[in-house]
Design a protein around this ligand. Structure first.
Ligand code: FES
Length: 163
């Protein structure tokens, strides 16, 4: 993105600020010149991995952990505002924080509603998991994404990340 362009920073949906972010200091993440439209980048601070995504709705900063089983979202694919996880076919809206496609394993959503496992049309069904594994899947909760407040200073994207 040319430094002269003013980037759109996607507003955080109500109630979805990441824990500790509201009082954290701003830290630099990436130069805007190095973030192309539609691109996702992982930025790590110790064991905290942050996802920077340039979506159709603007730039978003969230944890680089799938809200299902923590796979790196930065390895997935971004289509508009929706990131598809490389595991279990989950897809998540980076503008709203909501799940767009529930993971194949099934389980609980953020509101505690149960979703059944499913098999994608382009794959063959897997053998039934053990009872304990099936129970673990059914009780695994897919949460809403949480976001870090952002700003731009001197062409650098910064976010309040509790490092
Ligand atoms: S870890 Fe991402 S969909 Fe399961």
């Amino acid at each position: 993105m040319p430094a002269s362009d003013t980037p759109t920073l996607c507003p955080i949906p109500p109630g979805l600020v990441a824990p500790g972010a509201e009082t954290a200091d701003f830290v630099p993440l990436v130069a805007l010149d190095d973030l192309a439209p539609g691109e996702m980048q992982r930025v790590s601070f110790g064991d905290l991995d942050v996802l920077v995504a340039s979506t159709d709705a603007g730039i978003v900063v969230t944890e680089d952990r799938c809200p299902h089983m923590s796979a790196p979202l930065s390895l997935g694919t971004l289509d508009g505002c929706v990131v598809a996880c490389v595991l279990h076919r989950g897809a998540f809206d980076l503008e709203t924080g909501e799940t767009r496609t529930f993971p194949t394993t099934g389980g609980l959503d953020a509101d505690g509603i149960s979703h059944a496992p499913w098999t994608p049309a382009d794959t063959t069904p897997k053998p039934e998991p053990s009872a304990s594994k099936a129970t673990a899947h059914s009780l695994t909760r897919t949460r809403r994404l949480r976001f870090y407040p952002t700003r731009v200073e001197g062409g650098i994207l910064e976010a309040r990340v509790p490092v």
